[in-house]
Design a protein around this ligand. Sequence first.
Ligand SMILES: [Zn+2]
Length: 333
Amino acid sequence: MGFLLIGNFLGAQSLPLAQLVKETKGILWWDPYRNVGLLRMGDSTAALHPGSNLALIQGDQILDLLSFSLKDNVPSMDKKDWELLLDAMGRTPDQKKSLGDNYRVGAIIIDPGHGGRDPGAKATHTIDGVPRTLLEKDITLQVSLELNKLVQEAWPEKKIVLTRNDDTYPTLEQRVEIAHGVALKPQETVLFLSIHVNASLNTQAQGIEVWFIPKDYEREVLRNTQAHEKALPILNDFQNYEYKVESKNLSRYILQSLEVEVGKDFSDRGLKESPWFVVRMAKMPAVLVEIGFLTNSEEATRLADSEYLKKLARGIYNGLSKFIADYDALGSY
Ligand SMILES: [Zn+2]
């Protein structure tokens, strides 16, 4: 009995992580599907993995927390380990960095779908009494060039890269390579934005969709890391999780902003999750915007109008802008 009491006094009792975090100014994200988490405390971040009792501080310092485990599926640890974790996070040199050293968006990749020998979706409609054949590759390029203009003007300090700026066909692998080839400073992240036009056998289908990567899709997202080998799978999990949260937030902002911009014409088909090749392979927050259905005559008529395409570009830009404002202020999500 006495031992139990002493144990409790020493903090040996395991407490839910959420409860421990509540007493601090920290923020905890938890992925219940894969039981990995991310704790943010000031400028310091810890990836948490109760399955192996490990915490990874700032991507390279590993902490063994013996009491850290899942109790009835709830990540928990005792006070002593909690203090160790806080101490380690406080002691990281990064905590002393100023706000300006936070992670920020350093580059934006704009990817106009298809091009060259690959026209993408194709449909012929009578517009203003004249039959016109519309190609997805032309529409995605127009919107992307327009978006590029807005983004260049807004953020001259960021690297803005188009995967194509004319009627050529980079392969999907080449597009991803272009994105990964962008030189970033240590604390910079890159966003990947792919623009497509939809098609369906159902000619009634119309509206805008924004796709991001599915929650349970495993990716190898790490690159150029100097982290300890033992930590790699965990760090990868953590990066995956953060990218997914970011991709979903970016998707939501873009969809909301498109709704504001083209409201009356807008039919919101919502956010979608899919392991599309480009979205899947991009080791960065990545979304794919389907700006409408070419197979629907009403929507095709809108998509044939360059003023409408400008509005779409403006909507995407506004969503991007909101995301970047949040991201650059917080240094992450
Ligand atoms: Zn497409």
